[in-house]
Ligand binder design. Structure first.
Ligand code: SF4
Length: 338
């Protein structure tokens, strides 16, 4: 696999085809960290909007560390997987604390091991920041890279198992161009995003076709292999939107569950719902939800709830489901109110 033509072809293809993206135009490790966290489970175009907004509001890690968690969550609103935003915030606090401890006001993790110490930064993100910001020779295995590697090597081991992760990491280390890690990682990721796509890979215009075993063996479209997925759990939620004049009740989710620290209307979880207004799909859960609107002369004293003006709801970090419901039922709310 490793010969000169492999890298020359790959880099020539990248030079001609890569997308110009703001996080590729910088070697600022903070910006790259933000982009990598946003891009996990998010499409590039949607991620770009959030990235620009985030960097505009928090241009440096100190700005992020000085914010409140609620403010960070609000900026993240609509992007889902909120643990990423919480980890970014925790990461900024961690870096600020390290700066104080070390007496170095500009310190930022600059080795793979230090990057791994940032909350929420795993092997992939540490490898991505190490290579993109510091040009250090570490692989960065995201979904695109797993797919390209499994096809190049015609490797059927499921990549999301412990054995698979180990095997693919070794392949990635073996293939990495340690003289140009930034260029190599960017190129292989972009090839996965644009050419070696999950379905119908464009092998005819692929610069690595000559070296690809998946292409030679006609197995490319069957790869990569994943382990069997755990069953999705169904949950049934009944939300009540109390309306008292222009006030309503909300509460903040706590405990180890979905949408931690986000705000929503008072909720009752039940075993079954005959009819749901919304079916909201999360990675391992399917939420069936109903929203009941109740006009009341006095807001009920439900523990842990908070009375807010309807016009203030925008100031709270709301779950995606709550936002969807608000969009859909705003007409009904106005009808009940007026
Ligand atoms: S030849 Fe096809 S399967 Fe192989 S790396 Fe290129 S696009 Fe992917």
């Amino acid at each position: 696999m490793k010969n000169e033509a492999f890298y020359t072809n790959l880099y020539a293809w990248y030079a001609e085809n890569h997308r110009v993206l703001p996080w590729r135009e910088t070697d600022d490790a903070y910006c790259i960290w933000i982009s990598e966290i946003i891009l996990q489970q998010t499409r590039v175009m949607q991620g770009m909007e959030y990235y620009l907004r985030f960097i505009d509001r928090f241009p440096t890690v100190s700005d992020l560390a000085q914010a409140t968690e609620d403010e960070v969550l609000r900026l993240w609103q609509g992007l889902g997987y909120y643990s990423r935003a919480r980890n970014l915030y925790k990461g900024a606090l961690f870096i600020a604390a390290e700066r104080t401890r070390l007496g170095q006001p500009d310190w930022f993790p600059a080795t793979y091991d230090d990057l791994r110490r940032i909350p929420g930064v795993g092997d992939y993100t540490a490898g991505a920041i190490a290579s993109f910001a510091y040009d250090l020779a570490y692989p960065a295995l995201d979904g695109n890279v797993y797919r390209v590697l499994s096809r190049l090597y015609d490797e059927e081991t499921p990549f999301d198992t412990t054995a698979g992760k180990h095997l693919f990491r070794n392949l990635a280390v073996e293939l990495l161009d340690s003289s140009h890690p930034r260029l190599f990682n960017s190129s292989i990721m972009e090839l996965g995003a644009l050419t070696c796509t999950p379905t119908s890979p464009d092998c005819e215009s692929c610069p690595l076709r000559f070296a690809c075993l998946g292409y030679a063996h006609h197995t490319a479209e069957l790869l990569p292999v994943r382990k069997a997925r755990p069953a999705v759990r169904d949950r049934y939620f009944i939300y009540t939107i109390y309306l008292c004049g222009n006030q309503t009740l909300i509460h903040q989710r706590t405990g180890k569950d979905i949408w931690q620290h986000l705000w929503e209307f008072p909720l009752e979880e039940v075993d079954h719902l005959d009819k749901a207004d919304f079916v909201h799909q999360l990675s391992h859960q399917k939420i069936h939800a109903r929203f009941d609107i109740k006009k009341v002369s006095e807001l009920p004293p439900i523990p842990q709830t908070h009375a807010v003006l309807l016009s203030e709801l925008d100031d709270y970090a709301l779950s995606r489901l709550t936002l969807r419901a608000l969009e859909k039922i705003s007409g009904s709310v106005s009808r009940v109110l007026f």
